[in-house]
Design a protein around this ligand. Structure first.
Ligand code: PMP
Length: 286
């Protein structure tokens, strides 16, 4: 029997079931999910799973894709169409399809809903339970590996949305010691009152931005003094200049942090000269 999936309003063959490539689940892991047991053709703990789903959606401000009564019908219909007596039903809701941009899309963008169901042989689980299982231990670093350019960007999405709602363009993440790590989608830099260029070292805590690397070359060529070290928010507020770098921003001056004016409140000379020189140092492939 061929499996059926529910995808955004339609029941389709599982093998052909697809969401758009610009779905925010695919682009940013900007979504939530639930897995519910099906036993004897009935949902187990549906009320609790739905409550947690509603909470998860509320926490990241995604609208319900449909009224709960309708959602319950879709869950049952997916189970029915797949003739699942014992197994699981999976549901995922994302912030929908929109041109890739960290900020939340237009509020009219409908959330995406995918529901699948799968039968499992209960005897298999029982056999495993009879034997017991092994585990390993691993540091709980969910998710410290920001040095990897992963699509798991939900924290970045929420930070940039908060920035937008505060009238800002970017959010700077701050570590446990009050030191700036990086922006939601940029690397962070300051120029100290003495004229030293400071950006966090790229060993951990940040993505090693390509633009950051090239800007370090530009700075060296211009004989600027560079310190690759963490800087605090206090240091940034007292800086002569601040700016961000990324492939889409080159070097873009920062004139306000948390509402406080940086330097004289105008784009600084160092950010400008780095921006002007960037393309003489970046590699352009023929
Ligand atoms: N940090 C983060 C979290 C980013 O997403 C990006 C760019 N997308 C950067 C830094 C800057 O990297 P790059 O200069 O390679 O664009």
């Amino acid at each position: 029997m061929s499996r059926i999936a529910y995808v955004n309003g339609q029941y389709v063959a599982h093998a052909q079931a697809a969401v758009h490539i610009e779905d925010r689940g695919y682009q940013f892991a900007d979504g939530v999910y639930e897995v519910c047991e099906v036993r004897g053709g009935h949902l187990v703990d549906e009320r609790r799973h739905i409550e947690r789903l509603v909470r998860s959606l509320g926490e990241i401000r995604i609208a319900l894709p449909m009224p709960l009564a309708a959602l319950k019908v879709v869950l049952r219909e997916t189970i029915r169409r797949n003739r699942v007596r014992h197994g699981f039903v999976y549901l995922q809701v994302t912030r929908g399809v929109a041109r890739r941009d960290h900020y939340f899309p237009d509020p009219a963008t409908p959330p995406s809903l995918v529901v699948t169901a799968r039968a499992v042989d209960p005897a298999k689980g029982e056999a495993v339970a009879r034997e017991g299982i092994a585990v390993i231990t691993t540091p709980d670093n969910r998710w410290e590996r920001v040095d990897i350019k992963t699509v798991g960007l939900l924290p970045n999405v929420l930070a940039k949305q908060a920035a937008k709602e505060a009238g800002a363009r970017e959010a700077w993440f701050v570590d446990g010691e009050g030191r700036v790590t990086e922006g939601g989608s940029t690397n962070a830099w300051i120029v100290t009152p003495e004229g030293r260029l400071v950006t966090r070292h790229a060993d951990s805590g940040i993505l090693r931005g390509i633009t950051r690397t090239v800007m370090l070359d530009v700075a060296e060529q211009l004989q600027l003094t560079v310190e690759e070290r963490p800087f605090t928010v206090a240091e940034a507020l007292a800086a002569r200049e601040a700016f961000v770098t990324s492939a889409t921003n080159f070097a873009t001056p920062v004139v306000r942090i948390d509402g406080q004016i940086i330097g004289d409140g105008r784009p600084g000379a160092v950010a400008r000269v780095l921006r002007e020189n960037f393309h003489s140092f970046a590699e352009v492939t023929p």
